[in-house]
Every structure is written in structure tokens, then in C-alpha cells.
Ligand binder design. Structure first.
Ligand code: SAH
Length: 196
């Protein structure tokens, strides 16, 4: 295996905040992700009114899509700028409140109530704060997690989903010796060992 070159790499929360400040957000897709459209049926599995989680959400436009379909969307994102840009770019009024269980965290919620974005580290969340989810859209999330934190991330995600949930995961395939990441290369064998 040649993925050793990325194993030690760490991107700090401060560096993510700087990316947002500098507008260095090439990962953001204005048009939304074609794979969510393609696999929407798998995510929903005929169900309506789901609770759907967006880990490391940025200002992903797919949150608006799913909310408009009648689902309830919860995201988590360290950058307050990203969260505010999400609401303003979709002209969604919102309110902002502290999260009593998590020091320093804030929750931004659309006035209509169906989109709640937690501004804190994902590692601060637990099912006692956000509940459990019926579906997950993991794009730019597992692949953005520092390689050393993958196990912790996967265990947390497993603790946040209901038994009958669907988890859509998007990864990127490339030679990890040619790019330092993120996005990091996560081989399928590792996904199997992380999520079973
Ligand atoms: N999923 C989004 C964003 C991908 S980029 C999309 O598809 O567009 C990864 C995002 O995770 C960045 O916005 C970064 O600020 C955020 N992030 C990084 N580490 C985080 C952490 N520990 N907790 C919450 N958000 C984090």
C-alpha cells in the first residue's frame, strides 16, 4: 500500500476557517452533486419526512434540495462564515442560538425550522444533542477528515444513525503520492473496515 504518504497529514480547524476566509473553497459545488440525484432513491428508500445529516456540511446546496423535498436537514460545520453564506445565498431567514450542551457552539436554524446547522466541530456532537438520523449524505466529509481521525469519525457516525438508515458516501479515487489532500484517498478496503 502506498497511502502512507497521507497518513500523518493534519489540516487544522484554523486552516479550514482560513480557506473559507480566503474564498479557497474549490470543493463547493454551486450546482449540487449529480451522485445525490442519481442515488436519491437509495437514500430515501421510499420514505418521506426523513431526518438527514450532513457531516462537515460547508454550504452544500444539497441541504436546500432535501429540505425542499420535505425532509429535515441537520448539518455540522466549523466555519460560521460557511453557515451564514448558506442561509444568505438561498435567501433563507434564520435564527441563531447557543447549544447548552456544547461550550462555544451555536445552532443556526431556518425560520421554517427544517434546516439546523450546528457551528462546532463534529467531534463535539453526540446523539444526545442531535438525535439519530435516517439518512446521511457524506460528500467531502470522510475524505476531508484527517486520516488519523477516521476511526473516531466513523464510530461517531455509526452512533448517529438509526438502525434502518441509508448512508451515501462519496470518495475520490487517485494516486495519493501525487496529491497531499484533502480530499484524502480512502481505499475501499478501509471503508469496509471502518463501517463494516
Ligand atoms: N460537504 C461539503 C464541504 C466539504 S469541505 C460539500 O460537499 O461542499 C469540508 C468542510 O468541513 C469544510 O467546510 C470545513 O470547514 C469543514 N470541517 C473541517 N473539519 C471539521 C470538523 N472537525 N467539524 C466540522 N466541520 C469541519
Amino acid at each position: 500500500s502506498n497511502i502512507g504518504s497521507q497518513k500523518e497529514r493534519v489540516v487544522t480547524e484554523e486552516e479550514w476557517l482560513q480557506k473559507w476566509e480566503m474564498g479557497n473553497i474549490g470543493f463547493h459545488k454551486e450546482q449540487g452533486h449529480p451522485l445525490l440525484q442519481k442515488y436519491l432513491d437509495v437514500l430515501l428508500n421510499g420514505r418521506s419526512g426523513l431526518r438527514i445529516f450532513f457531516p462537515l456540511c460547508g454550504k452544500a446546496v444539497e441541504m436546500k434540495w432535501l429540505a425542499d423535498m420535505g425532509h429535515s436537514v441537520v448539518g455540522v460545520e466549523v466555519s460560521e462564515q460557511a453557515v451564514k453564506e448558506f442561509f444568505s445565498e438561498h435567501s433563507l431567514p434564520y435564527c441563531e442560538e447557543p447549544v447548552p450542551e456544547i461550550s462555544g457552539a451555536k445552532m443556526f436554524q431556518s425560520t421554517s425550522g427544517n434546516i439546523s446547522l450546528y457551528c462546532c466541530s463534529i467531534y463535539d456532537l453526540s446523539s444526545s444533542v442531535v438525535g439519530k438520523f435516517d439518512g446521511v449524505w457524506d460528500r467531502g466529509a470522510l475524505v476531508a477528515v484527517n486520516p488519523r481521525d477516521r476511526q473516531r469519525y466513523a464510530s461517531l457516525m455509526i452512533s448517529l444513525v438509526e438502525k434502518n438508515s441509508s448512508y451515501l458516501l462519496v470518495t475520490v479515487s487517485y494516486d495519493p503520492n501525487k496529491h497531499k489532500g484533502p480530499p484524502f484517498y480512502v481505499p475501499e478496503s478501509e471503508i469496509k473496515s471502518l463501517f463494516g
